[in-house]
Design a protein around this ligand. Structure first.
Ligand SMILES: Nc1ncnc2c1ncn2[C@@H]1O[C@H](COP(=O)(O)OP(=O)(O)OP(=O)(O)O)[C@@H](O)[C@H]1O
Ligand SMILES: [Mg+2]
Length: 327
């Protein structure tokens, strides 16, 4: 396997061997297109055009000591294949120009100088209504269109699901997990310890974890949060379905709503999100709120922390709400 680097000569050789550069085309610049943790992602600019490549390695790019499923880029490409006949879905994602299955590299249309929506976690940043509409309609269209009734593809993505399961349902509830919550925000450890002592809560979390691991009927993006919503000057696009699988839509929408709450979006906006979704696709609201609670707990107490601007009291209120939903 060839490990890509930013070395322009080597990249040029690699891209020509893939047939991803014309014979007389040269790289003029390479740059990091945006914040990412898991993979090696690079924008390639040439004399003719630009595109984005993404390589998955057997570790997490930002934390090389942490192992990760090496084939995850191929799983991501399988998501693109599954939606390739659905124009509404396809047009809201970058075009997948090519797949190097041997080296686990994807070649994407460059969406240009946008940003992902993680700025929403900053104070007084709100999702525009047109963007909310597009985000929720993408999800409902995906869930309605691609399910086990219409395709024989199953895409279990077992290894990525196991990794996610570990981070969502196990790690946050382990006493000595190596994460000092007081380093994140003084006072958070006491709240976390209190939740970790709740056996009923942990039992409910375990049960929902089993549901996450069970195969479902509906194709999910699998990581549907602001980091996967890419805002360009005139549109919003969906990226990074590397955690995709066939599961329960309530998991997807629960995660989305959790992030709307953690980014302090107005309650009217959150209600609207659910309404837009439920106007076109069925949803078990209770189960959705349970997965929402799970996501809040893991983001506030687990390893995959977000750039939140919530103070201790606000985090405590969210955690208590999450507990009360689950127990
Ligand atoms: N097709 C594209 N066009 C322009 N920018 C892109 C494109 N794909 C990704 N990016 C930028 O690169 C960033 C990282 O991409 P992506 O989220 O797919 O990688 P990742 O390694 O899976 O990230 P994470 O660890 O957050 O899951 C995105 O947030 C976005 O800013
Ligand atoms: Mg990713």
């Amino acid at each position: 396997m060839e490990k890509l680097t930013r070395d322009i000569d080597k990249l040029g050789g690699y891209l020509k061997r893939q047939g991803w550069l014309f014979a007389n085309e040269n790289i003029t610049a390479v740059e990091v297109p945006g914040e990412g943790n898991m993979n090696f992602t690079l924008r390639i600019k040439t004399t003719e055009r630009s595109f984005v490549i993404k390589q998955s390695r057997d570790y997490v790019e930002k934390f090389p000591q942490v192992a990760a499923p090496v084939e995850r880029a191929i799983r991501e490409s399988e998501f693109y294949s599954l939606i390739s006949d659905h124009n509404i879905l396809k047009w809201q994602m970058p075009k997948l120009n090519g797949v190097d299955r041997y080296n686990h590299v994807l070649n994407f249309q460059d969406l240009g100088n946008g940003v992902d929506c993680t700025y929403l976690y900053q104070k007084d940043e709100y999702l525009e209504e047109t963007d909310l509409q597009k985000i929720m309609v993408f999800a409902s269209t995906l869930h309605k269109s691609i399910n086990t009734d219409v395709t024989n593809v199953r895409l279990p993505n077992r290894k990525m699901r196991k990794l996610n399961h570990e981070h969502i349902f196990i790690y946050p509830y382990i006493w000595k997990n190596g994460l000092n919550l007081d380093d994140i925000l003084p006072g958070l450890k006491e709240i976390g310890d209190n939740l970790k002592s709740d056996d009923v809560l942990k039992y409910r979390v375990q049960k929902l974890g089993e549901m996450y691991l069970a195969d479902g009927k509906t194709l999910l993006h699998g990581d549907y949060f602001p980091g996967s919503w890419f805002k360009t000057p005139d549109d919003i696009k969906i990226i990074d379905p590397e955690f995709c699988f066939f599961g329960r839509p309530e998991f997807e929408i629960g995660v989305t709503v959790a992030h709307l709450k953690m980014s302090s979006q107005p309650i009217t906006l959150i209600d609207k999100a659910l309404k837009i979704y439920m106007d076109s696709a069925p949803l078990d609201k209770d189960l959705c709120f349970q997965f929402m609670a799970i996501e809040i707990l893991r983001r506030l107490l687990g390893l995959a922390q977000l750039p939140l601007s919530l103070d201790l009291e606000e985090r405590k209120a969210l955690l208590e709400e999450a507990r009360s939903i689950l127990v």
